[in-house]
Design a protein around this ligand. Structure first.
Ligand code: SRM
Ligand code: SF4
Length: 599
């Protein structure tokens, strides 16, 4: 369970709530994005016109913020940015499109359609994300509407996949717990639907839907969000112990299933205030693990979700965007005040959370049998990139297409960027197994790789300071050799890398976390918990590949020698005094990680 937050002094919450739109508009010093939202006419802006401007592959800066609510980002190919600037050419603009797939479940028919879209418009690749959905990269402006129409035809959409709204809702996928998984998945879908923006802008702009005329009444158009939506992104997730593969402590809002002896869900512990993003050198920004706030009955989960989100809507910081996430709201006003307001809005008090425990935040690879007798195969997908790899590498795109053509169950994306071929009847297992082998797909990898994640970073991410997805595999090859030399090749250790401090692969809750600082340089974080409930600490600053190996090798040696039975790497480093334990929130920046050297 997450460590308790030490006592702090909190601000008094706003006296009157909710803050009205007029008040919000009048308030001096609102962040620029607030003005963009107010002026956008419920997320329309000048997007429709911008799409018709053929002289550029881009859209305006303000529309670039709005288009996120539609599930898209304007990007450019950073590998050729300098060359194009030298030639005085416009950047090589294209769009990243992120789907909304609650719980990460897609049918074989949808899979085939999504594959077709990738092949036609997006460089023949699907990218499974750390939040159980797919992204397309490299869609050019002139193909956007065609791509969106094709997505719509799959009965999926991209509404609220990004932007200041409740985003794709994640749910536990652990196939061995079929019954509880089903309940978690249903809740994810219900929350996703009930907290979805209601504006017609998406259909209107991308599918030439009819313009809904008149009506400036926010209560009618966006009854929950209003004109200004949320202060910042908002992420919701459902976990089923003992697996924490969805990393519940990293999200704004979470529901932890409380199971009875028969494995039935009896209710939910509600978590609030997790988040990873921070800015290098700004200690008023920090990652934070969520607090476990209260217990609610199954039928109250949606009401609680809406109450948590609307308190954040009304209390969140709309002036300083970097402090706008729910984690800062809770740090500002305190968990007790936040909980009291949630209870007021729902209309009654809730019991305290019930006991639970997690064992890890990774996936279970290979075949598993669910409690309903169906079979499930979790495939390892390096950094979630589903494509046909060159030089004899896995033919992941083609292989999964072949499987989708014969599969009768469904596919599930995991929060660790992997794919589960789920609900396979016994008689189909051998056929699927043969295709997995034929196309070189892998049911496993080294213990380190099985517990690894890297964010996209270069060349598409505009915020990347360093490589991640393209670099972590090579670094792991070297670390695997080091681990093997100490007899640790089978030890499960979580390792994650991101190209900047935004934390898209949740590196601060990996036992070994790398966070990009600049080209080929990373901050190294150590001492997080294997189950994702404790943040690591900064151990070494600005280290390059050879320094990383030099720093980690003696720590692996010490761990091999000093660990007690079952002791995890992160826990060992704290017990033996290599790093201090992070309590939570602002304490993350408390000096120091490196207490003693293993060399
Ligand atoms: Fe993320 C922004 C990719 C999960 C925290 N994230 C971005 C952008 C869109 C860059 C941008 O704003 O221009 C990245 C696009 C890269 C690209 O080329 O595709 C990006 N984030 C991703 C994905 C694709 C990483 C991956 O390798 O899978 C993940 C998509 C998830 C999804 O399906 O919705 C992704 N991002 C996360 C997570 C992990 C999570 O939610 O479990 C986090 C940390 C948790 C959190 O939100 O605190 C995360 N992304 C951020 C942030 C920092 C937010 C903050 O509070 O400070 C940004 C930057 C921002 O919002 O300003 C960001
Ligand atoms: Fe981009 Fe940074 Fe997210 Fe990596 S962590 S995808 S570099 S925003």
């Amino acid at each position: 369970m997450a460590d308790q937050t030490p006592p702090r002094t909190y601000e008094t919450p706003p006296a009157e709530r909710p803050i009205t739109e007029a008040e919000a508009a009048r308030s001096a010093g609102l962040a620029h994005n607030e003005h963009i939202k107010i002026a956008s006419g419920y997320l329309r802006g000048t997007l429709a016109d911008g799409l018709l401007a053929h002289a550029t592959g881009a859209i305006s800066e303000d529309d670039g913020q709005l288009v996120k609510f539609h599930g898209m980002y304007l990007q450019d190919d950073r590998d050729i940015r300098a060359e194009r600037t030298k030639k005085k050419l416009e950047k090589a603009f294209s769009f990243m499109i992120r789907l909304r797939i609650a719980g990460g479940v897609v049918t074989p028919k949808q899979w085939l359609a999504l594959d077709d879209i990738a092949t036609t418009y997006a460089g023949s690749a699907l990218r499974a994300t750390t939040r159980q959905t797919f992204q397309y990269h490299g869609v050019i402006k002139s193909n956007l509407k065609r791509t969106m129409a094709a997505i719509d035809a799959t009965l999926l959409d991209t509404i609220a996949a990004c932007g200041d709204v409740n985003r794709n809702v994640m749910a536990a996928t652990n196939p061995a717990q079929s019954g509880a998984h089903k309940v978690a998945y249903e809740l994810a879908k219900d929350i996703s639907d009930s907290l979805l923006p209601k504006t017609n802008a998406w259909r209107e702009i991308w599918l030439d839907g009819e313009r809904v005329v008149g009506g400036e009444d926010a209560a009618e158009i966006e009854p929950v969000y209003g004109r200004t939506y949320l202060p910042r992104k908002f992420k919701t997730v459902i976990a089923v112990p003992p697996s924490n593969e969805v990393d519940i402590f990293a999200h704004d809002l979470g529901f932890i299933a409380i199971l009875d002896a028969a494995g039935q869900v009896t209710g939910w512990n509600v978590t609030v205030g997790g988040g990873m993003g921070m800015t290098h050198g700004e200690t008023d920004t920090f990652p934070r693990t969520a607090d476990v706030m209260l217990f609610c009955e199954p039928e109250e989960a949606i009401k609680v979700a809406e109450a948590v989100m609307t308190v954040q809507r009304d209390w969140g910081n709309r002036k300083v965007r970097k402090n706008a996430r729910l984690k800062y709201t809770i740090e500002r006003y305190g968990l007790a005040a936040f909980r009291a307001e949630v209870e007021t809005r729902v209309g009654h008090a809730f019991p305290d959370p019930k006991p639970f425990s997690f064992t890890g935040n990774g996936d279970r690879y290979g075949w598993t049998e669910g409690d309903d007798g169906r079979h499930h195969l979790t495939l390892y997908v390096a950094s979630g990139r589903i494509k046909d790899y060159p030089d004899g590498g896995a033919q992941l795109l083609t292989g999964l297409r072949r499987i989708a053509e014969i599969h009768e169950g469904d596919f599930r994306l995991t929060g660790n960027q992997n794919v589960i071929i789920a609900n396979v009847p016994s008689e189909k297992r051998a056929e699927i197994e043969a295709l997995v082998d034929q196309y070189g797909m892998t049911k496993g990898a080294s213990a380190l790789r099985r517990n690894s994640m890297a964010c996209v970073a270069l060349p598409t991410c505009g915020l990347a300071l360093a490589e991640s997805e393209r670099y972590l595999p090579d670094l792991m090859t070297e670390l695997e050799a080091s681990l093997a030399s100490h007899g640790l090749q089978d030890d499960e250790i979580t390792i994650r890398m991101t190209g900047c401090p935004n934390g898209c692969a949740r590196p601060y809750i990996a036992e070994i976390g790398f966070v990009g600082r600049g080209p080929e340089r990373y901050h190294l974080y150590l001492g997080a918990a294997f189950d994702g409930s404790r943040l690591g600490k900064l151990y070494a600053e600005d280290v390059n590949a050879s320094e990383i190996k030099t720093l980690l090798d003696p720590l692996f040696a010490a761990y091999a020698k000093g660990k007690t039975p079952g002791e995890r790497f992160g826990d060992y480093l704290i017990r033996d005094g290599y790093v201090t334990k992070t309590i939570n929130g602002p304490d993350f920046h408390e000096k120091t990680g490196a207490l003693k050297s293993a060399a």
